[in-house]
Design a protein. Structure first.
Length: 220
């Protein structure tokens, strides 16, 4: 195997790891699998990244940090430019979700693999990822939760947080399964239908967060 510049080697390793982790999961993927796909020797992988956990964290943060910075900047701009006291609910949800749905449509630079990893990291959390998710995701989601909360004053705080949690769970589940919707729905839905999925998600989220509260005596 030929020697590559450090930056090139690192990117190749991360791209290969992203694809394999998305397809096989963390436990189903070995460093040897990754170096084999990357065409890089195992010693080089250990030199650049140390171990498999470090590699997983690195590929997780390299995309998510940029996405989150962009989402927060767009949200701040939308709130500043709003001609009414609040930025619209649909607009806020679109700002939160669109970058991830667009990344899911990226078949040339590995974005489609990352969103599957992101979804899996939340549905099947790995112990070593808890601090990373707390640091990289929770502050951003809290910012969007605050922005959307102003549109749902009819909901008690506990009810609102449950509904917001359901919305976030639906978003990440959708991103994790866009590639296999045809099989999951027995042909009723198409795979990789990113644009339609985003529009449906926005409608779903608005409906969940604005639906009137119906008292249920079973809920205490």
């Amino acid at each position: 195997m030929k020697e590559l510049p450090k930056s090139t080697t690192l990117e190749i390793l991360l791209n290969s790891a992203e694809e394999l982790f998305a397809k096989q999961g963390f436990d189903g993927t070995s460093l040897r699998d990754i170096t084999g796909l990357a065409g890089v020797n195992l010693a080089a992988a250990h030199y650049h990244l140390g171990n498999k956990e470090t590699l997983y964290i690195k590929l997780f943060t390299r995309r998510l940090q940029g996405i989150n910075a962009s989402r927060l900047a767009r949200l701040a701009q939308a709130e500043q430019e709003a001609n009414v006291p609040l930025a619209g609910m649909e607009q806020i949800i679109e700002i939160m979700a669109r970058p991830l749905f667009e990344l899911a449509a990226d078949t040339s630079d590995g974005g489609q693999y990352f969103v599957r990893i992101l979804g899996r990291s939340l549905v099947e959390p790995l112990p070593f990822m808890e601090d990373i998710i707390t640091e990289e995701l929770e502050p951003v989601l809290a910012r969007f939760a605050q922005a959307l909360r102003r549109h749902a004053p009819h909901l008690a705080p506990e009810e609102y947080l449950w509904r917001f949690s359901f919305v976030i769970g639906a978003m990440h589940h959708t991103l994790a399964t866009l590639h296999c919707m045809k099989a999951r729905t027995r042909g009723l839905c198409r795979d990789h239908d990113h644009t339609a999925a985003l529009q449906r998600f926005i409608q779903f989220a608005v409906g969940v967060l604005t639906a009137p509260l119906k008292p249920d005596p079973a809920i205490t």
